[in-house]
Design a protein around this ligand. Sequence first.
Ligand code: MLC
Ligand code: AMP
Length: 459
Amino acid sequence: MTGVLLPSLAGPYGADRPDALTVAGRAASREELVGAAGAVAGRIAGASAVAVRADASLETVVAVVGGLLAGVPVVPLPPDAGPAERSHILRDSGAELLLGGDGADGVEGVPVDVRERADWNKVEPAPDTTALILYTSGTTGAPKGALIPRGAVAADLDALAEAWAWTPGDTLVHGLPLFHVHGLVLGVLGALRVGSRLVHTGRPTPGAYAAAGGSLYFGVPTVWGRVAGDATAARALSGARLLVSGSAALPAPVFRDLAELTGHRPVERYGMTETLITVSARADGDRRPGCVGTPLPGIATRVVAEEGGGIGELQLTGPTLFSGYLGRPEATAASFTDDGWFRTGDIAAVEPDGTHRIVGRASTDLIKSGGYRVGAGEVENALLDHPAVREAAVVGVPHDDLGQQIVAYVVADGTGEDELINFVAGHLSAHKRPRRVVFLEALPRNAMGKPQKRLLPPL
Ligand code: MLC
Ligand code: AMP
């Protein structure tokens, strides 16, 4: 049973309802979810890791819960991942099975059927065992698998429930992807740990959020910007209890428009795949534009300023941290200071009352577009795999809707913008595609021959 990690699934099911969770229009009770997940657990028990084709469906929830029941680390695979990204994630993670897969990629597919029922009564694994392996981009190279322990998930969700006064009486609504921390850990496991109802809208559109009638809403800033741009949808959220934004900075004008239209000042929170959510505004506290609140219970933060001044790299410790990058001890070691603090790479300032502000990132090679973290190096490597491309430099350019938009500067012959955009979308995944491609005669380089991204011509 997974009653320690997800107590609401352990029963009794007296207060259960047929629509305890709804994903993209299909509903299930907790008892049905646990029965179907038990059948999955029975099929995968003993595997070293299982991948899940993580589209926005009930099957994904059943598959992830099945992995957690069985104590098998779950590797969510973006459903539109192209061949390069799929094979990297499957090979690097060592996933033996692909839940919801068709046997392609040389990894055995295992069906997931939400109508199945099986009991699963094995003892729950220890808190330090890996619950999830989440693939996340660095500045260069292919994504790394962040090992997320069960205990970190539990600690984070409890801290968030306390900060947001999140209870079984809530109905959580969101439509975020189920292969990242925001949509999967907070947005699915959060509801199952707290015991609140969940409505996943399939896509995070303003109309779907408005129609869902929830009390607690999650979104990335791009989603909130679109809601704020649709006054009718925004006003429909006035009956909610709490609107929460995260995964990227919420622009101050969006904060103000949302507050005006919905009557709710949004709660902003800050996190990373490697640390889960660590800093948040509180349901019973002050919510200011540009501020991500205070450290969650159990989290310690410090800002390491290079030359005095209050602004510098945000570093963290606490029970929500990952246990390392799979198979990459050097990268794991490099992400911690000598005295054991995790280096976020984000630049922050702390106000006298302890409120944190995220003011930027140390590296321009990590791009946040629509709340997705995309490494410039990964997109550059994908472009260089196209036979016509000789050189590539990828940057994030400020964008009203996406926060940053991915722009590729390339030196290439005999190809065009659309072809390269579609090439990256098909090779990696759609959200990693450049939205613009600029063709240059040569990349600007310094005397050592190193490309100088800050000298690239503006769009
Ligand atoms: C368009 N599409 C293409 C394409 N052009 N597909 C293939 N090739 C092309 N050239 C398709 C897409 O696949 C998609 O299909 C549809 O067109 C629209 O895609 P899009 O343009 O990418 O959508 P967009 O409107 O830009 O998306 C905005 C968004 C999305 C907000 C919905 O960016 C999003 O879901 N963001 C959430 C990211 C997130 O959850 N991050 C959390 C990370 S965890 P289809 O089928 O999909 O409609 C984290 C920790 C923390 O950060 O703190 O939370
Ligand atoms: P990911 O690994 O996809 O979870 O991305 C983590 C990164 O998202 C962090 O390092 C930050 O740069 C960014 N991020 C998350 N939440 C916020 C926020 N509220 N404000 C600004 N940046 C954020």
